[in-house]
Design a protein around this ligand. Structure first.
Ligand SMILES: *[C@@H]1O[C@H](CO)[C@@H](O)[C@H](O)[C@H]1NC(C)=O
Ligand SMILES: *[C@@H]1O[C@H](CO)[C@@H](O)[C@H](O)[C@H]1NC(C)=O
Ligand SMILES: *[C@@H]1O[C@H](CO)[C@@H](O)[C@H](O)[C@H]1NC(C)=O
Ligand SMILES: *[C@@H]1O[C@H](CO)[C@@H](O)[C@H](O)[C@H]1NC(C)=O
Ligand SMILES: *[C@@H]1O[C@H](CO)[C@@H](O)[C@H](O)[C@H]1NC(C)=O
Ligand SMILES: *[C@@H]1O[C@H](CO)[C@@H](O)[C@H](O)[C@H]1NC(C)=O
Length: 470
């Protein structure tokens, strides 16, 4: 009996120890804002709490008839709760977040277009600015099926981040389903990179990036639940262009993260434990390449990050291969063993900056090199990320700078529908007051109207009108 108890106690202790180790190892960002837009209640997705944007300390946002929350009538089963509501803006509006940890941040904007009796979100058309940067123009929420998540990696050295939503036309509106603003690990974007034509790119980490493709190769989709930075990695099938020579490999051993290589935040185990490869099974080396093609937009520069982890070789020093980007030989006779200090299953990545040309394609190719060996692995790739770098106008979407996007706003609409809405606003106000009392300690998210709104009903006036009615 006694030994059983001691054993149980011991294994519980072990379990507790392992669990707490795991927790302390996981990344905990200083800035971590998760917003459930247009919702009265917080929502939990993959153990992460998205805070309702109705539960802030300033009531001002409810005084504007130009904005309202929208709830989907019918829902797709299995869709996370953050996509069941949206915040709709009929006039320029912004969310403001405090930056406690200057440096690179991940910003994710979630859009899910649903149709409710009041409004079809597919009829939206709007611009989004982030501080001085143009993130989206003439946008209407992305594709029609399923949620769209747009991710940016942005360097913030200011005290605040302002995310501004601007309806593009008089008759149009803006919307957003959820917002994430999260400090990135310091090693996520490095200070320098190589461009494919051999130049050194400096101050890379101060650039602004939009993540266009994040692909895990040879394996299944990696969801935010299994990624230390809550990213999604899609399978590569849509981008993989080689008909022959490819084998997939899956590795069930431990991925050996090392100082100086890729960290678990740079790429999770689930990305590094699968790959496609070229393998020589007899005395000759296959004369094939593996190629992936990613559609891009001419005129922008892209950061191409290639993830490697030799999970396939039976021994060190057997794998040598060439890496080409857009036909340029980017790495000749790449030797993973040397890069990883002679350790198998140890991940690393390379960054390359490319100019998108008229082909509209970034072409990533790996293939055997002159040093490749028979009866061995002759090329491998585990993951690819392609990030658009904002252009010289500070835009990801066009050639207009932020000031011009602000200037070409439509004339103000008349606020004829104010009175009927007051009743609704009162209802929302009282509802949110109840909920706010419950959520008193929740980190508040401030959003406010832009100053250009002053000639309309001001938040203060609105509040007085409301309180006299309540
Ligand atoms: C997380 O990864 C594990 C192991 O690869 C997999 O079995 C599981 O289905 C994944 N979970 C989610 C939610 O993606
Ligand atoms: C090696 O195998 C490949 C296909 O697996 C075949 O096409 C090639 O002819 C073989 N080479 C030799 C020398 O046997
Ligand atoms: C592999 O790709 C490189 C770069 O585009 C090219 O030079 C080489 O001829 C290709 N090899 C094969 C077998 O297609
Ligand atoms: C991509 O590279 C491969 C191998 O070099 C080549 O066969 C293919 O034509 C290239 N595709 C484009 C669109 O340049
Ligand atoms: C491989 O060797 C051949 C012959 O020596 C040479 O012409 C070619 O440039 C080499 N290829 C690479 C990628 O180094
Ligand atoms: C939005 O589209 C319209 C019509 O195509 C165009 O005139 C306008 O410049 C675009 N706005 C922005 C900010 O790109």
């Amino acid at each position: 009996m006694e030994t059983l108890f001691t054993r149980l106690g011991f294994s519980f202790f072990l379990l507790y120890f392992l669990v707490s180790c795991d927790l302390s190892l996981s990344f905990s960002p200083v800035d971590n804002y998760l917003v459930n837009c247009g919702a009265l209640l917080d929502a939990t997705v993959d153990n992460r709490r998205f805070v309702s944007d109705s539960s802030d300390s300033s009531h001002s946002h409810l005084s504007s008839p130009q904005l309202f929350s929208l709830c989907a009538g019918t829902l797709l089963p299995g869709l996370p709760p953050i996509y069941h509501t949206a915040r709709v803006f009929k006039a320029p509006s912004k969310y403001v977040f405090d930056v406690k940890d200057p440096g690179t941040h991940m910003l994710r904007l979630h859009f899910h277009r649903f149709s409710s009796p009041q409004l079809n979100l597919a009829d939206s058309k709007f611009h989004v600015l982030v501080n001085g940067l143009v993130a989206l123009t003439n946008f209407s929420g992305g594709g029609s099926v399923g949620p769209k998540v747009i991710e940016y990696l942005l360097w913030f050295n200011s005290e605040k981040v302002e995310i501004t939503f601007l309806p593009a036309e008089k008759s149009k509106f803006a919307f957003v389903s959820a917002i994430e603003v999260i400090s990135a690990p310091k090693d996520l974007i490095l200070e320098t990179a190589q461009s494919v034509n051999g130049d050194k790119v400096e101050n890379l980490n101060k650039q602004a990036f939009e993540v266009m493709y994040r692909v895990t190769i040879g394996g299944p989709k990696v969801t935010p639940f299994n990624d230390s930075l809550w990213r999604t990695w899609l399978p590569d099938d849509d981008y993989f262009k080689s008909k022959e020579g490819s084998n997939r490999v899956y590795f069930s051993g431990r991925i050996k993260y090392q100082e100086g290589g890729a960290s678990r935040e740079v790429g999770p185990d689930n990305v590094y434990n699968s790959a496609r490869l070229i393998e020589s099974k007899n005395a000759s080396i296959p004369n094939v390449n593996l190629s992936w093609e990613f559609p891009v937009i001419e005129g922008y520069q892209y950061l191409v990050r290639l993830h490697f982890c030799d999970i396939a070789s039976i021994s060190l020093g057997l794998l040598f291969f060439n890496v080409y980007v857009n036909g340029h030989l980017a790495y000749k006779d790449l030797d993973p063993s040397a890069v990883t200090n002679y350790l198998l299953a140890s991940p690393f990545f390379v960054d390359l900056v490319v100019d998108a040309d008229h082909s509209g394609i970034v072409n990533v190719t790996v293939g055997p090199s002159n040093k490749s060996m028979a009866y061995a692995v002759d090329a491998i790739l585990n993951g690819v990320e392609i990030m658009k770098i904002s252009n010289w106008m500070g835009s990801f979407d066009g050639t207009l700078p932020a000031e011009s996007v602000l200037k070409c706003l439509p004339r103000k609409r008349r606020v004829g529908f104010l009175l009927p809405l007051i009743a609704l606003v009162c209802l929302l106000l009282s509802l949110s007051a109840i909920i706010r009392r419950r959520n008193e300690k929740v980190e508040s998210v401030l959003w406010s109207k832009l100053p250009m709104e002053v000639h309309e009903i001001s938040p203060k006036q609105g509040k007085q009108q409301l309180s006299s009615k309540v």
